[in-house]
Design a protein around this ligand. Structure first.
Ligand SMILES: C[S@@+](CC[C@H](N)C(=O)[O-])C[C@H]1O[C@@H](n2cnc3c(N)ncnc32)[C@H](O)[C@@H]1O
Length: 209
């Protein structure tokens, strides 16, 4: 079943896709994505997955450092842009898919490094998606989820506004809640760092061996 938020996200990001990488707001998000990707500390042997990859900037950045880089996104427009912009990168691939469906279209333990930047707040089944992140990540694999930090009052106010007016918005989370959910499905070594005066959190975790 497709959630109402998911349909709204598809429409919203399809509209945004052609101009996303030139857009001022998205360029700010790109800074956060770069910081989040650095926290993943990609290595040559990694098989890297970006969930909610948008136009694939992190996949393009990561592809040079890893064995294989894969992006998945709900929006056909975003995936089309990602494929065009990554043209020529032999180890980058993009999959059209909804991460809130029952199963991600990947094998158990297929990846060793997983990123999700500024996308988690759109996912209508966050616990299910976290379970799937655990399934597709190999033991010892690293995960980084980066998003607005609901510990901050200003973010909670923004959350209330977006819940009311942006149909694709599901909700920002407190990092401590996310950490608890990750630990419940077998992640350990969790850490949280913040940027933008605490307004954006980068949660890192390692899949238990
Ligand atoms: C704000 S953009 C962020 C893109 C990129 N990760 C970044 O940091 O710039 C959010 C992305 O999440 C994707 N998205 C939203 N809901 C999704 C879902 N259920 N499954 C897969 N992707 C989804 C959107 O299509 C969009 O490309």
């Amino acid at each position: 079943m497709t959630e109402r938020e998911t349909e709204a996200a598809r429409e919203h990001f399809d509209r945004w896709a052609p101009t996303y990488e030139r857009d001022r707001a998205a360029r700010r998000l790109r800074e956060a994505q770069t910081t989040a990707l650095a926290a993943l500390n990609l290595q040559a042997q990694d098989v890297f997955l970006d969930l909610g990859c948008g136009t694939g900037a992190a996949v393009r950045d990561g592809a040079g450092a890893v064995k294989r880089a894969v992006g998945i996104d709900l929006s056909p427009g975003m995936i089309a842009e990602a494929r065009t912009l990554s043209n020529g990168l032999r180890n980058a691939e993009f999959v059209l898919g909804d991460v809130s469906q029952d199963r991600l279209p990947f094998e158990d333990q297929e990846f060793t490094a997983l990123l999700c930047s500024t996308a988690f707040h759109h996912f209508p089944q966050p616990s299910r998606t976290i379970g799937e992140m655990a399934r597709v990540l190999a033991p010892g694999g690293r995960l980084v989820i980066a998003d607005a930090n609901a510990d901050q009052l200003v973010v909670r106010l923004l959350d209330a506004v977006l819940r009311r007016f942006q149909p694709s918005h599901v909700g920002f989370r407190r990092p401590s809640r996310l950490v608890g959910e990750l630990q419940a499905v077998g992640f350990q070594g969790t850490s949280v760092t913040t940027i933008w005066m605490g307004g954006y959190a980068i949660v890192r975790a390692v899949r238990a061996g």
